[in-house]
Design a protein around this ligand. Structure first.
Ligand code: ADP
Length: 393
């Protein structure tokens, strides 16, 4: 059985075609510059196929994708595709799990789309394009927020007027839920039980930390939007909102400009003035650049603060897991974070920590909390959910 995982953005559409018998990726790729001009890159059998094509909308991208699956001999017939799973950024408290798309689901998606105006409408365009192109194939929607729906009100509410929650849905929703769920399920396989306390650290360009107990989310660092929590590549993470008016006034900016600055010009990029990419920061840090050293200290401190907070919240921790671009690939950041956690009995083995992008335990045998590197796989999680739903439909 073959399933396609889709991540549609406003001008892009990423896909992975997965063989569910062995969960291997048959082909993957990206369609870009949709609505501008258009190009695609498809990876298959060790080859990379790239072409400029006219992509006036998401339907064009899906039609060309399906045509290429046949012409490149990736599949013999489109009937081999038995399901399409779509990543959706915001499910609010309307969706707490993956569901098969029907008219009612599309109506619900429509009603919440203004909560993620840059992402949800694009995700919906992807769904509609597949409904048109493959009318007999079920589509599912997998929400970045769904895993966090188990948080309790004292966790997800902000200490602001309660009516803001009642009237406008102002609360913590979190993000990266599909990744944190993948890490939880992988930890379940490693430990052979879901009876564990896990602090899952998804640290990529975007970053979030999640506290998990008995397989469910207890708290997560992102908030009403992904701007909250730890410091990220270009996002500030938690700040005091009172800093906004004086900057607006001095720089003659409006609130949209400031929110844009907090999302795109802050975090590692903003503080260092060097780059948002941790590889560039590490190089500058190793060369003794003072702003890079300051930025690394702040970055690591923010991650450590959340881990410490969740350690207390969970009443201890069985394991800490590092995942995503930085978490999987940066021995330096992992070491700096874990060194800050020595007082909790965390000890990493420097040899084992030299790993990049490979699932492994990096703590010493006598570390009080086990520390793992677990490469995340959101596409596979989306495909697994889709398979489970269509098998039981
Ligand atoms: P996104 O949030 O865009 O999905 P990723 O999880 O792909 O992000 O992470 C991207 C980030 O991972 C890059 O910005 C880079 O900082 C970091 N990264 C990738 N490889 C390395 C590496 N070898 N060492 C340190 N950081 C890395």
């Amino acid at each position: 059985m073959k399933i396609i995982s889709i991540n549609a953005g406003s001008s892009s559409l990423k896909f992975s075609l997965i063989n569910m018998e062995d969960e291997s990726v048959i082909a993957s790729g990206v369609f870009e510059r949709i609505g501008i001009d258009g190009s695609y890159t498809i990876k298959f059998n060790g080859e990379k196929y790239t072409e400029n094509v006219n992509l006036s909308n998401h339907n064009d991208a899906v039609n060309i994708l399906l045509e290429k699956l046949i012409s490149l001999n990736i599949v013999n017939s489109l009937e081999e595709i038995e399901g399409v799973g779509h990543r959706v950024v915001q499910g609010k408290d309307v969706f707490d799990k993956t569901v098969i798309v029907d008219n009612e689901v599309m109506e619900k998606l429509e009603s919440i789309k203004h909560f993620a105006p840059l992402h949800n409408p694009a995700n919906m365009l992807g769904i509609e394009a597949f409904q048109k192109a493959l009318p007999n194939v079920p589509n599912t929607v997998v929400f970045d927020t769904a895993f966090h729906q188990t948080m309790k009100p004292e966790t997800y509410l902000y200490p602001v007027p309660y009516e803001w929650y009642e009237k406008y849905g102002i609360r913590k929703y979190g993000a990266h839920g599909t990744s944190h769920r993948y890490i939880t399920e992988t930890m379940n396989q490693i430990l052979n039980t879901d009876n564990f306390k896990l602090i899952s650290c998804h640290i990529g360009n975007g970053a979030s930390i999640t506290a998990i107990e008995n397989g469910i989310c207890v708290d997560t660092s992102m908030g009403f939007t992904p701007l909250a929590g730890v410091m990220m590549g270009t996002r500030s993470g938690d700040i005091d909102p009172s800093l906004i008016p004086p900057v607006m006034e001095s720089e003659h900016k409006n609130i949209d400009d400031i929110i844009n600055d907090l999302n795109k010009n802050s975090g590692v990029l903003g503080l260092s003035g060097i780059s948002s990419d941790m590889r560039d920061l590490e190089t500058a840090y190793e060369n003794g650049n003072e702003r890079a050293i300051l930025t690394m200290k702040k970055y690591v401190r923010r991650i450590t603060d959340y881990i410490a907070q969740y350690y207390v919240l969970l009443g201890g921790a069985t394991a800490i897991a590092f995942t995503a671009g930085v978490g999987e690939n940066s021995p330096l950041i992992r070491k700096m974070v874990c060194d800050n956690l020595k007082c909790l009995g965390v000890q990493i083995d420097e040899e084992k920590n030299k790993v990049r992008g490979k699932q492994t335990c990096i703590s010493t045998d006598d570390s009080k909390i086990k520390v793992y590197v677990i490469p995340t796989d959101e596409e596979l999680m989306i495909a697994r959910d889709t398979l489970n739903l269509i098998k039981n439909a």
